[in-house]
Design a protein around this ligand. Structure first.
Ligand SMILES: Cc1ncc(C[n+]2csc(CCOP(=O)(O)OP(=O)(O)O)c2C)c(N)n1
Length: 328
């Protein structure tokens, strides 16, 4: 399945928006945390996991989705949230701990929840799988042709929750797609030291579902694989597993000394950046010209800058409201 001109421009805009978001967030997060790292200081408290480099996994899949489809993401959620259309102002305010945030500033960056576009994420590894199976079961029982997408990391694919979810999805023939983001590491552990096979997509066959590996962080490859998987799911033909070879440019979390990385690894990855490759492809195909791509980039950057300004200007979450959404 080849992307249309509109798909290409949409994916480019989603990817440059996510990249600008991550780079802006990286700077905001380090405010007040250097020269001596203190996780609680600065305008963005707590841990921060960035996904710069992994944009193809978000754009290539979400290009096929509607607002009523469900996405459950990981502790590294911003690229997927942006591609799914999560409210950028309220998401940023949430991360800054502000009252105007998606969850009133209570959840932070690993607990984004936007019911308007059916998006959630979690700091628990593999936790994305169960809720996506639930959403897919609801769609099937209510005879809607909506689908659910669960994102997870290659490390999370060794969690029990992942295997139970795959089994249920297959046995019930559910419209769910598991997208494994293979960025080579689980914190500092290389994938080769935690997983006995090269590709988690090979595990799909053991559960009786389709599996596909997309190499080289290729957004066009992700778009094609996801297109088939989403079509299959909408037609009632069951679940799929897609593993994407992707890269993260930042550490596991911001402040990670990254001692486990071979020297020069990030520079080598940046030399084949997926956004630059997509831009080149669009120009070569003649789908859009430089001016159209620059305009899309400017629109995407403006929305990010406005979201950070909104977050910074918003009032802090009030301590007296901390328990107001707790049900006991
Ligand atoms: C159930 C559970 N176990 C352990 C952790 C601690 N932890 C946080 S991130 C992480 C590694 C995740 O690696 P991967 O799934 O490959 O995602 P990536 O960080 O590479 O995006 C671990 C073990 C956790 N959050 N949840």
């Amino acid at each position: 399945m080849k992307p249309s001109k509109e798909n290409l421009l949409w994916m480019y805009e989603a990817m440059v928006q996510a990249r600008h978001y991550e780079e802006t967030m990286a700077r905001a997060y380090m405010e007040g945390k250097s020269p001596k790292f203190d996780i609680g200081s600065g305008p963005v408290p707590g841990e921060m996991h960035l996904a710069a480099g992994q944009e193809p996994c978000a754009a290539g899949v979400c290009a096929h989705l509607r607002p009523t489809d469900t996405v459950t993401a990981t502790h590294r959620p911003h690229h997927a949230a942006i591609a799914k259309g999560v409210d950028l102002n309220r998401m940023t305010a949430e991360i800054f701990g502000k009252a105007t945030g998606l969850g009133g500033g209570r959840g932070g960056h690993m607990h984004l929840f936007d019911p308007d576009v059916h998006f959630s994420c979690s700091g628990i590894i593999g936790e994305s799988c169960g809720p996506a199976v639930g959403a897919a079961l609801a769609a099937q029982m209510q005879k809607r042709d909506d689908v659910a997408v669960a994102y997870l990391g290659d490390g999370a694919a060794n969690q029990g929750a992942f295997h139970e979810a795959l089994n249920l999805a297959a046995i019930w023939n559910l419209p769910v797609i598991f997208v494994v983001e293979d960025n080579s590491y689980g914190i500092s552990v290389p994938k080769s030291a935690s997983t006995a096979i090269a590709h988690n997509s090979d595990r799909a066959g053991a559960y009786g579902m389709a599996g596909e590996y997309v190499a080289d962080n290729d957004v066009l490859g992700v778009f094609a694989a996801a297109g088939k998987a989403v079509k299959r799911a909408r037609e009632g033909k069951g679940p799929s597993l897609i593993e994407v070879e992707t890269y993260r440019y930042f550490g596991h979390f911001q402040g990670d000394p990254e001692l486990y990385r071979p020297k020069g690894e990030v520079e080598a990855l940046k030399a084949k950046d997926p956004i630059a490759r997509l831009r080149e492809h669009i120009l070569k195909e003649g789908a859009h010209d430089e001016a159209a791509l620059d305009a899309a980039l400017a629109t995407a950057h403006d929305a990010v800058d406005a979201a950070f300004a909104f977050a910074r200007q918003s009032p802090d979450a009030a301590p007296k409201d901390a328990l107001s959404a707790v049900f006991v």
